[in-house]
Write a protein that binds this ligand. Structure first.
Ligand SMILES: Cc1cc2nc3c(=O)[nH]c(=O)nc-3n(C[C@H](O)[C@H](O)[C@H](O)COP(=O)(O)OP(=O)(O)OC[C@H]3O[C@@H](n4cnc5c(N)ncnc54)[C@H](O)[C@@H]3O)c2cc1C
Length: 498
């Protein structure tokens, strides 16, 4: 396996949030996520500085500076400005939130994998991700928020615990272990058959000269130690570089089917934070369910004005996608690249609301590569986005925002500075479709086995394979698709030809 990023954790591919430091102080994890996200396409800034000394160098009038890392081809209006790549061993799974719901039927209509099979694959993916819904059941806040929303919204909305890839530690239940590549491939790093090349860029795949339907080798650049290229020959090649860098590598390898980078969907994201109402906080005192925990806390901390233990786990509540309300909702408390509470409020009474809205599938919504020979800072063809939301998307987003404010008002008052807002496009980090699977090579990049159309030994993996418009988090679905692909890879390896 070649990975362009470094190994940042002594445990290969571990989730950084498994450190005590971040579980004690979740706000600090915001900085980890910020540092992990390298933006994909940033248009050049207006470089005119009105107070610059006249003697200092400046570009010709009206010019935009070509600063490395900025994309001169990017139109701001069609950009996914907050879309980013995490270049490290373990990828984005080193910081993800681990929310892993099963997609609604409407979120898997275009998937070429037969429905019953996909359902089984989604269950297997959940097992591998160690998805559970009961790891926060001891939390006062979790039970309070869940019950309040169930009562206020009624049974049709299906309010429940958020399915999370997480395991509460048995020795010390204050802490949890978040799922990442290390918990899935727990023995991989010590397996003598496995070699991991880090800070190594896969630059191109080359066709096999004797067989145009096969890849014959991969050109890999050791970025750090030598800057040399190595050529790796394998029986099977799997490109799983994320939803933008997977099509980027195919494009750079001159594998450019019409669907590559097209049919791109990204979710809208609305966000706010609330401070729980006095009424809800006071109800904790009188609730027999919480009595033992509250009494113990107040015995230890008689001066605490809140009846919530300091180590009470966060709320982790789901309002699932429904046909009438086609968005995915997380009512919880967690770190992202935004939304740290800091000293503004006691974090025990703050709840985050994240609403994810789907985007219609449009062929013209796409990412292109290498326009005008532009390169990204890793020397790969620069990605440029052409993505807009349709009129239907806009209507749905309006309804979603209205719903978010209604749900927020059930729970509390808005935290100043975290009023209801749409976040920058791309911030959901849930791009799909760019290497979508399908039966028709005209509208897809790979088949139901994730095998790139027209190739025997080239497979793709990751969120780009998802062919549908989804609102829920994508990783579980990508894993389900990849599990079927992995079985097909095994078949190739077992066949005599390989
Ligand atoms: C803050 C945050 C919260 C999230 N929360 C959730 C959530 O709750 N639920 C959910 O489902 N998803 C969530 N995600 C998204 C989730 O992490 C991703 O869907 C998942 O990690 C994608 O896995 P992947 O392996 O396909 O891609 P990635 O994790 O992006 O891994 C791709 C790897 O390929 C490497 N690479 C790229 N180009 C090259 C090249 N040319 N050569 C060699 N290596 C290359 C990259 O460095 C990277 O390590 C979240 C992400 C973030 C950042």
């Amino acid at each position: 396996m070649a990975e362009i990023g470094a190994q940042n954790d002594p445990i290969v591919g571990a989730h950084h949030k498994n450190n005590v430091k971040y579980q004690r102080d979740i706000d600090q994890f915001v900085n980890v996520i910020k540092g992990a996200l390298q933006p994909i396409s940033v248009p050049p800034a207006d470089s005119y500085m009105s107070t610059l000394a006249p003697a200092a160098w400046s570009g010709p009038h009206g010019s935009k500076l070509l600063i490395p890392g900025y994309n001169p081809n990017q139109v701001p209006e069609t950009n996914l400005r907050s879309s980013a790549v995490t270049r490290t061993v373990g990828g984005m799974a080193t910081h993800w939130t681990c929310s892993s719901p099963k997609p609604h039927e409407e979120e898997r209509v275009l998937n070429p994998i037969p429905a019953a099979e996909l359902d089984q694959l989604l269950d297997r993916a959940a097992d591998l991700l160690k998805v559970k819904t009961d790891q926060y059941d001891t939390s006062i806040r979790h039970r309070l928020v869940k019950k309040t929303l169930q009562d206020a919204l009624g049974p049709d909305r299906g309010v429940d615990s958020l399915p999370l890839g997480v395991t509460r530690n048995t020795g010390n239940p204050e802490f949890v272990t978040w799922t990442a590549t290390d918990t899935i491939f727990d023995k991989w790093s010590s397996d003598p058959r496995f070699t991991l090349l880090t800070e190594s860029r896969v630059t191109e795949l080359h066709a096999d000269p004797s067989n145009t339907e096969a890849i014959g080798g991969a050109l890999i650049r050791d970025l750090k130690s030598t800057n040399d290229d190595i050529y790796v020959k394998a029986k099977v090649y799997i490109v799983a570089c994320g939803a933008v860098c997977t099509p980027q590598l195919l494009w750079n390898s001159n594998i450019r089917p019409d669907a590559l980078g097209r049919y791109l969907t990204e979710q809208s994201l609305s966000f706010c934070q609330i401070v729980l109402t006095k009424k809800l906080v006071e109800s904790i005192y009188n609730n027999p369910e919480f009595k033992e925990q509250v009494d113990e806390h107040l015995r230890k901390h008689p001066n605490d004005p809140l009846p919530i233990p300091y180590k009470d786990p966060e709320p982790q509540v789901l309002i699932p996608y429904k046909s009438a309300t086609p968005w995915h909702v997380q009512v919880h408390r967690d770190a992202f690249s935004y939304g740290d509470v800091g000293p503004k409020a006691d974090p025990r009474v703050v709840v985050d609301l994240r609403f994810f809205g789907k985007g219609e599938i449009v062929k013209e919504n796409r990412v292109t590569f290498g326009e005008n020979d532009a390169q990204d800072i890793y020397g790969m063809p620069q990605a440029t986005f052409y993505v807009t939301r349709t009129a239907d998307d806009a209507d749905r987003d309006q309804r979603m925002m209205q719903d978010m404010t209604t749900v927020a008002n059930v729970l509390g008052g808005f935290l100043p500075g975290s009023y209801p807002q749409f976040m920058e496009p791309g911030l959901a980090l849930h791009i799909t479709g760019t290497t979508r699977i399908g039966n028709d090579p005209a509208t897809s990049v790979a088949d139901a086995n994730s095998r790139v159309h027209g190739f025997q030994n080239l497979f793709v993996g990751g969120n780009g394979c998802i062919p549908d418009a989804t609102a829920c988090n994508p990783t579980r679905t990508s894993m389900a698709i990849a599990l079927k692909g992995a079985a097909a890879v095994l078949e190739v390896l077992k066949s005599k030809k390989a």
